[in-house]
Design a protein around this ligand. Structure first.
Ligand SMILES: Nc1ncnc2c1ncn2[C@@H]1O[C@H](COP(=O)(O)OP(=O)(O)OP(=O)(O)O)[C@@H](O)[C@H]1O
Ligand SMILES: [Mg+2]
Length: 440
């Protein structure tokens, strides 16, 4: 499929000329004569690249850029500018324009810039740094990411499974001064205990059976960049003192001796467990907890920012249609309503999987409810039958939980017994409803 270029230019002759130049180069081109029409086409047609003039009435190129960047941050936007307005163009670059071209436009340079923009876009799509979402909650996350990226302090990223913690970590790296340095991720939950220490700090040859040569750990490999300790809640207690030392002193001691050496790193960690509860239960060290959570980034679950569901669904449709080389289907209102009403326990990851499947199985121009996975359809049916009483049930459950805890002086073991459930079942419910003891 030819790549789609949207050209927004108010001057009719130039618009037609550039359209011909781009079509000659093999692009599928649509044009708009003004900002508002351009934005509408951007949304409806989903071009691969946008080229926009800067000075237009009533809506100018900067507005187009701002709008597009929020909805489709992965689409490169190239600015056309008259000679002498280069400062405005530089300003546009700061707002996220991909590049700018001064008029009169050199035709072969135009094609080069468009080609380059497409290559860069594919690269950035693969690395997936773009946090999509237009809800106030996501705007807040994005602005927090910018702030967190500007310091070297450690950041703890919290949020339910699939809310985008890893994506946020990569975005912090990309926005930081360390972006040209490495981004190294280690998943503390998936590495066997006995290997974890060596993975973190490295080892000297002969340090243990099987250590046939010196090996650098992730702390050393992340030097000059960012180290992302994923699933930090699974860090074994016995390794935590050594980790604390490395985090505090930025000094690494490989297993089996060798000189301690200094590293320059920014440390990010992530978890979907409640570390504070783990600290209380002595499953996580207090000192390490305070070290890692100097700054906190909280990623809200998808059901608390339902406004993002539509934008994300459309984003994934575009992405997967492109990936599968399919014509991009639209989403029907009925399917969208179903997505919007679902509670998304698996958050954005679940939505991504649902949309991937929908694009695969949908051979019509529109995605309909039957293209969505069964769990969503079923949930939808059940929810339709639910009445207020189910809401009351939740409220009643919360009341019961609190009453039992208060009677037992917030001793969870005793409260669980009273409620005739296991302690972990109680803990699960407390986490689910966010019930905590309020300060006296
Ligand atoms: N705001 C977003 N915009 C676009 N894609 C997103 C967004 N949030 C999450 N995703 C996508 O959803 C998937 C899950 O995200 P990610 O792996 O970062 O979640 P996580 O919080 O680390 O989950 P887990 O706790 O299960 O490890 C990824 O494919 C990611 O690219
Ligand atoms: Mg993750």
């Amino acid at each position: 499929m030819p790549k789609k270029v949207l050209l927004i230019e108010d001057e009719g002759r130039l618009r037609r000329l550039l359209q011909l130049v781009l079509e000659d180069a093999g692009y599928d081109v649509k044009t708009a004569s003004e900002g508002n029409k351009g934005i509408a086409l951007w949304q409806a047609w989903k071009p691969d690249v946008v080229i926009t003039d800067l000075k237009m009435q009533p809506v100018d190129g900067i507005d187009v850029l701002r709008h597009g960047n929020r909805l489709y941050p992965e689409t490169p936007c190239i600015i056309l500018t008259a000679f002498g307005t280069v400062t405005t163009a530089v300003n546009a670059m700061k707002q996220g324009a991909y590049d700018f071209l001064t008029k009169p436009v050199d035709h072969s340079h135009l094609i080069e810039v468009v080609q380059q923009a497409l290559i860069e876009r594919d690269k950035s799509q693969k690395t997936e740094h773009n946090m999509i979402g237009t809800s106030p909650e996501m705007e807040k996350v994005r602005s927090e990411i910018r702030i967190l990226a500007s310091t070297d302090s450690a950041v703890l990223i919290q949020g339910e499974s699939g809310t985008g913690k890893e994506l946020a970590a990569r975005a912090i790296h990309a926005a930081s001064t360390r972006s040209s340095g490495p981004f190294i991720r280690i998943n503390c939950a998936s590495i066997p205990r006995e290997l974890l220490e060596s993975e973190l700090f490295g080892h000297k040859k002969g340090a243990f059976t099987g250590a046939s040569k010196d090996r650098a750990g992730v702390f050393t490999r992340a030097h000059g960049g960012v180290l992302f300790l994923d699933e930090i809640g699974d860090m074994p207690l016995e390794l935590q003192p050594k980790l604390l030392h490395a985090v505090e002193e930025k000094e690494i001691r490989p297993i089996g001796g060798g000189k301690p050496h200094a590293v320059s790193i920014k440390i990010l960690s992530a978890t979907n467990q409640d570390l504070e509860v783990m600290v209380k239960e002595k499953r996580f060290r207090t000192d390490l907890f305070y070290r890692l959570n100097t700054m906190i980034l909280e990623l809200p679950p998808l059901r608390r920012r339902r406004g993002d569901i539509k934008v994300l669904a459309e984003y994934f449709i575009t992405r997967f249609a492109r990936e599968f080389g399919r014509q991009e289907p639209e989403i029907s209102k009925a399917a969208l309503d179903m997505l919007s009403g679902y509670h998304w326990p698996g958050n954005v990851r679940e939505l991504r999987n649902v949309m991937e499947r929908a694009v695969l199985v949908c051979l019509e121009p529109k995605i309909k409810p039957h293209h969505l996975t069964e769990s969503i359809q079923r949930k939808h049916k059940n929810e339709k039958m639910e009445t207020r009483s189910s809401l009351d049930l939740v409220a009643k459950e919360q009341e019961l939980l609190i009453a039992a805890l208060e009677q037992c002086n917030w001793n969870q073991t005793k409260a669980a017994k009273k409620l005739n459930i296991t302690r972990s079942a109680l803990r699960y419910r407390l986490q689910k409803y966010g019930i905590v003891k309020s300060p006296p």
